[in-house]
Design a protein around this ligand. Structure first.
Ligand SMILES: [Zn+2]
Length: 342
């Protein structure tokens, strides 16, 4: 199990959790909120371990010095049981299929009324809590309203705003912030031993999502980059639109690619010909020449208007728009603009 000190880029959320541990005052329900793949689940597990740890250096037995992180000992019986996910004081709830169902919440409720016999607390971790169906959320609300004094509930959500407000208002928010591209790049260089150019490529293709970046191979990222670049370079709009609207994941990735591409174009544009844009400010820096070509052939207001169109399609996508048609329309607009200016 890693420690708090191994987590990069989440100093603020870890700081909040440390103050709970230091003051021995953990709120009964917490909400870890933030994008996917930035370490919420991992931090939740370390926090659970720190609360349940019974080692001689356990937080409850030593007041750590200010500035020194309170960590689980990783060696006591409680920590070892947690490592094997075999500690009766920790329950983990995850979606069963697409949603978290009321039966899962009821099962947990019948468990937490029993006072813990080998630890100070009972911890319930609800991962992807934003995927609770309505019945499950209503049922959980009862526990949040009157939690047993020894219980700590940790809800983890990437779309916290979709949780019912009644539920949100019961939880202490612990916000997790997205990592910057340069943070993801330096983590990849350090942990994977990659060269700057490789780390930059993978980080960009994973859209700064650390867990996705970790599971990507450099070669796969190169292939993804070549394939997505067709969105920009291919003259055959119709087959490109068809290819990138096959399913919702491919479609979403295409929209994100276009969005990031034209944000880069706008960055270059803002350097108005005199100074050269610093490539480290660009996500797709290895495509500088092509990006510059677009910057030279579009006005800033045209780029902004295209970015707005992209946003509109992203929002409409929730209402099941015709993916192929909307992508075709976007690409057509783009290529017409380009032709008109060249
Ligand atoms: Zn321990």
């Amino acid at each position: 199990m890693p420690f708090f000190r191994d987590i990069i880029g989440q100093n603020r959320s870890i700081g909040i959790l440390q103050s709970f541990l230091r003051n021995d005052a953990v709120p009964p329900s917490l909400l870890f909120s933030g994008e996917k793949g930035i370490g919420k689940r991992q931090v939740a597990e370390i926090f659970a371990e720190a609360v349940l740890c019974q080692g001689s250096k356990a937080p409850s037995q030593t007041a750590a010095k200010p500035g020194v992180l309170i960590e689980p000992c990783n060696t006591c019986l409680a920590c070892r049981k947690l490592k094997d996910l075999n500690h009766p004081g920790l329950s983990i709830i995850e979606p069963d299929g697409k949603t978290i169902k009321i039966d899962q919440i009821r099962q947990m409720q019948s468990k937490i009324v029993i006072k813990p016999f080998d630890g100070p607390k009972t911890i319930v971790l609800i991962d992807q809590a934003d995927r609770m169906n309505e019945a499950a959320a209503n049922s959980l609300l009862k526990t949040l309203e009157e939690p047993p004094p020894y219980a700590i509930l940790i809800l983890i959500a990437s779309r916290a705003s979709s949780l019912p407000p009644t539920l949100l208002s019961r939880c202490q928010l612990v916000p997790f912030h997205p990592l910057s591209l340069s943070q993801v790049i330096s983590i990849l260089i350090e942990k994977k031993g990659w060269a700057m150019s490789e780390a930059r490529l993978v980080a960009a293709l994973a859209n700064g999502n650390l867990s996705e970046a970790f599971s990507l191979e450099v070669e796969t990222a190169r292939e993804m980059d070549e394939a997505r670049y067709q969105l920009i370079s291919s003259g055959d709009l119709f087959s490109t639109a068809e290819k990138f609207s096959k399913n919702i994941e491919i479609f979403e990735a295409a929209l994100v690619y276009l969005f990031t591409w034209f944000r880069d174009v706008l960055v270059i544009k803002s350097f108005s010909g005199t100074a050269q844009a610093d490539p480290s400010n660009l996500v797709y820096s290895w495509r500088y020449k092509a990006l510059k070509g677009w910057a030279d052939s579009m006005r800033s207001d045209e780029i902004s208007s295209f970015l707005a169109d992209l946003q509109a399609v992203r929002r409409a996508q929730i209402r099941n728009v015709n993916r192929r048609l909307s992508l075709e329309t976007l690409l057509l607009k783009l290529h017409t603009k380009r032709k008109a200016s060249s």
